[in-house]
Write a protein that binds this ligand. Structure first.
Ligand SMILES: O=c1ccn([C@H]2C[C@H](O)[C@@H](COP(=O)(O)OP(=O)(O)OP(=O)(O)O)O2)c(=O)[nH]1
Length: 156
């Protein structure tokens, strides 16, 4: 594997992606690269759309790309990624798409070139199952789903 600070990712522009900027980090410390839309589309309130990026990629084995929402769009317009984080597999060669849902009350117009989401390159740890008849005991046991306490403000 390459240094986790600079992992080359092969990217191919599709015909409808010509002329658009590649996904890019907006600042030196940004975790995600902003990705732009390759299409004009309006998402009605409550509707979903797989937004074209105009790109296909070949991520090195051992990595994935996570498609995450942009907080500004979420806060101001209710636009988010319903499958967040979307998973781009290292063996996927189709077009990278950004699934967006409009939780707002107004139609949301996207213009070609608008930054719609961010892409986070991340290492993947794969596991393998070890099947056993019994698991070890712990103090938590089967407690979950709020077993350690609720929300103070709600008195629960
Ligand atoms: O936000 C996303 C999520 C997925 N994909 C592409 C890349 C990914 O590698 C492929 C499959 O995604 P996923 O495994 O999440 O989809 P699935 O519904 O399980 O379909 P499949 O049976 O094709 O794996 O679709 C995107 O372009 N954008």
């Amino acid at each position: 594997m390459h240094s986790t600070n600079d992992v080359p990712v092969l990217v191919k522009r599709l015909p409808h992606g010509e002329g658009l900027p590649l996904p890019a980090y907006a600042t030196h410390g940004a975790a995600g690269m902003d990705v732009v839309s390759a299409e004009d589309v309006t998402i009605a309130p409550g509707a979903r759309h797989a937004v074209a990026s105009g790109l296909s990629v070949a991520i090195p084995h051992g990595y994935e790309i996570q498609v995450r929402p942009r907080s500004g769009l979420a806060l101001k317009h209710g636009i988010t990624v319903p499958n967040t984080p979307g998973t781009i597999d290292s063996d996927y060669r189709g077009e990278l798409k950004v699934i967006l849902i409009n939780h707002g009350s107004e139609p949301f117009a996207i213009l070609r070139g608008d930054r719609v989401a961010q892409l986070v390159l991340a290492p993947v740890t794969r596991g393998s199952w070890v099947e056993v008849a019994e698991l070890d005991e712990t103090a938590r046991g089967d407690g979950g789903f709020g077993s350690t306490g609720g929300v103070v403000a709600l008195g629960s």
